[in-house]
Structure formats: structure tokens, C-alpha cells
Design a protein around this ligand. Structure first.
Ligand SMILES: *Cc1c(COP(=O)(O)O)cnc(C)c1O
Length: 324
């Protein structure tokens, strides 16, 4: 039996994160409101420590380690934001961390992860099985494996962002709709736990890249659908399937899963840069891009948008904005 996390777990995670994670700002945009006839509330996790919400889940999970687990440390496989989240959390908690990364991972990501003090173990994406390698290292060194999304403590940690969003906008009236960037579902699952507890009337939407709509297919078919690694600029949402925990929460607590194209992501990225002076990575634009496309469904509504992260190589960012 899966022990599905609850909103009580989100509350406990919030207490652990207090004083360690930033309570990120909720920003407004008069231009967005006027253009779409809605009131937008942007929860800006691009301003979170290490540049994305993933710090919340990783720090919560590592905080729960017992003495023996702390001594041996944490291990994760990721070339993205989860790597930096585990590395930084381990450093703050004074424990070792190993991150397993492909040897063709971007130099900037390798450097950032190393800067946070983690040991990086590289592997060949084309010849080696990263999960088997990670499992073997975990066993050899007695380290605890922290997956990027399908773990109750990770999901509960991610849920604290929307808990804050709802608390910090309560004086404006309840949110009518909430849009969340969806990859493996840790953020969407955690967010849905908070939304169902704090804003029962709020519609909750997970947003995927069009090319990688495994979550939408799973939601509609009632079982976890696996796909090939999708081709999309939203590299944080190139997951091939939801997790067991995340799927159970999403099918129970999410209203729908919608998709957006890469062109829509670039448009949202440009809006954030031009109008809000924010660098948002392509994956972090999913939620706003979907809200913009919702048309009459959001007119006159109060709409929460989770801006999930801002880590993007600047040369790539410039090329995307230039239409390259
Ligand atoms: C990981 C990530 C996501 C997707 O989160 P899941 O919990 O895997 O659904 C979205 N945006 C950013 C910036 C991420 O790093």
C-alpha cells in the first residue's frame, strides 16, 4: 500500500523549511491582467534558493534523515534542478552528497552542482544504465537515494510553494484557478494537496509540453502511460512517466491536465523578460503559457500561476528569445 502524503505532511515540511527556504514573492502584472482580463498571482520560484522550487522537496527529504543516513549522505541522479537542490540541501545539513550526471551534461550545471559541494559521478548516457549505477553506488556507500519527484517527502516539500501562495493572497479573495508546471508530478501533486485543503473551490491544472503529454494521457486513461523522451525546450518536463505517488494524487485532486507548444513557451518567456524583468527557464513558463491560452475560462477570475524556476544557460536563453 502506498502511503500517499497529505496536507499535514505539507504543514510539517513548511516547518522544516522555515528559515532555510525563501518565502518567494507573489508578483502581479497590470499588463497581464489587462491583456487577459483576469487577475494573475505569480508565485516566483525562480527566486527560490538554487533557482527553482526543487530546493523545497530535497531539503524536506534530507531533513528527515536519521543519524546513520546523515552520516552516509544522499545520492541522486539528475542533470537538472534536482541535482543542485540535493547538493545544496546536503551542504546546508552538513552531509555528503553524490550526484550521478551524464558526461555530456552542460558544463554550467556540472560547475553549479560541484560548487554546492557535491561529488559528481559521471556516466555515459549511451552505454550505461544510470539507475543501476546509482543503485550500486547507494548500496556500496550506504547512501539514501532521493528521487526527483516520486517520494512522499519530496512531494510534501514541493507543496509548500502553493501553501504560501494561497496564504499570501488570502486577503484578495480565494483563487479560482491554479496553473502548475508538470513533469513527473512532484510539484503538481504537492500543490494539489495544498489547494484541496486551503482553496477547495479552486480549479487545479497541471501543464505539460505538447510533445510530452504522458501525464495528460495517464490522467485520461486512468493508468500511468510511458512515452519516449519528448523533444521540447521544456527540459525540466522531459519526464517519460508520472510516479506512483504523484499519479494517485493527480488523478484524485487535479481537475485537468493541459498542454502548450514550445512556441507558446517562448512567448511566455518573452513576456516575463520584457514586462516583469524576470529570467524564467522554458519549463518555468508552462503554467503561464497555459493560462494565457485559457481565454474565456479565466476571464474575470483570480488565477494563481506557479513560475517554477529560472535556471537557463544564457546563450540558449538569448537564442530562444531571438527566435533561433
Ligand atoms: C523539475 C521541474 C519541473 C517539473 O516538476 P515535477 O515535480 O517533476 O513535475 C518544473 N519546472 C522546473 C523549473 C523544474 O525544475
Amino acid at each position: 500500500m502506498l502511503q500517499i502524503p497529505t496536507y499535514q505532511d505539507v504543514i510539517a515540511a513548511a516547518a522544516r523549511l522555515d528559515g532555510h527556504a525563501h518565502r518567494t514573492p507573489v508578483l502581479r502584472s497590470a499588463t497581464a491582467d489587462a491583456r487577459y482580463g483576469a487577475q494573475f498571482f505569480f508565485k516566483c520560484e525562480n527566486f527560490q534558493r538554487m533557482g527553482a522550487f526543487k530546493f523545497r522537496g530535497a531539503f524536506n527529504a534530507l531533513s528527515k534523515f536519521d543519524a546513520a543516513q546523515r552520516k552516509a549522505g544522499a545520492i541522486a541522479f539528475s542533470s537538472g534542478n534536482h541535482a543542485q537542490a540535493v547538493a545544496l540541501s546536503a551542504r546546508l545539513l552538513g552531509m555528503p552528497a553524490v550526484i550521478v550526471m551524464p558526461n555530456d551534461a552542460p558544463a554550467a550545471k556540472l560547475a553549479a552542482t560541484r560548487e554546492y559541494g557535491a561529488e559528481i559521478v559521471q556516466y555515459d548516457r549511451f552505454t550505461e544504465d544510470r539507475e543501476a549505477l546509482t543503485q550500486r553506488l547507494a548500496q556500496e556507500r550506504g547512501m539514501t537515494l532521493i528521487p526527483p519527484y516520486d517520494h512522499p517527502d519530496v512531494i510534501a516539500g514541493q507543496g509548500t510553494a502553493v501553501k504560501e501562495l494561497i496564504e499570501d493572497t488570502a486577503s484578495e479573495g480565494p483563487l479560482d484557478a491554479l496553473y502548475i508546471c508538470l513533469g513527473g508530478g512532484g510539484l503538481t501533486g504537492g500543490s494539489a494537496l495544498s489547494a484541496r485543503a486551503l482553496a477547495p473551490g479552486c480549479k487545479v491544472y497541471g501543464v505539460e509540453p505538447e510533445a510530452g503529454n504522458d501525464g495528460q494521457q495517464s490522467f485520461r486513461s486512468g493508468h500511468i502511460v510511458h512515452i519516449e523522451t519528448p523533444r521540447t525546450i521544456a527540459d525540466g518536463a522531459q519526464t517519460q512517466h508520472l510516479g506512483q505517488y504523484t499519479f494517485e494524487i493527480i488523478r484524485r485532486d487535479v481537475d485537468d491536465i493541459v498542454t502548450v507548444s514550445d512556441a507558446q513557451l517562448v512567448e511566455a518567456m518573452r513576456f516575463f523578460a520584457e514586462r516583469m524583468k524576470m529570467v524564467v527557464e522554458p519549463t518555468g513558463c508552462l503554467a503561464f503559457a497555459a493560462a494565457c491560452a485559457a481565454g474565456a475560462a479565466i476571464a474575470g477570475r483570480r488565477v494563481g500561476v506557479v513560475v517554477s524556476g529560472g535556471n537557463v544557460d544564457l546563450a540558449r536563453y538569448a537564442a530562444l528569445l531571438a527566435g533561433g
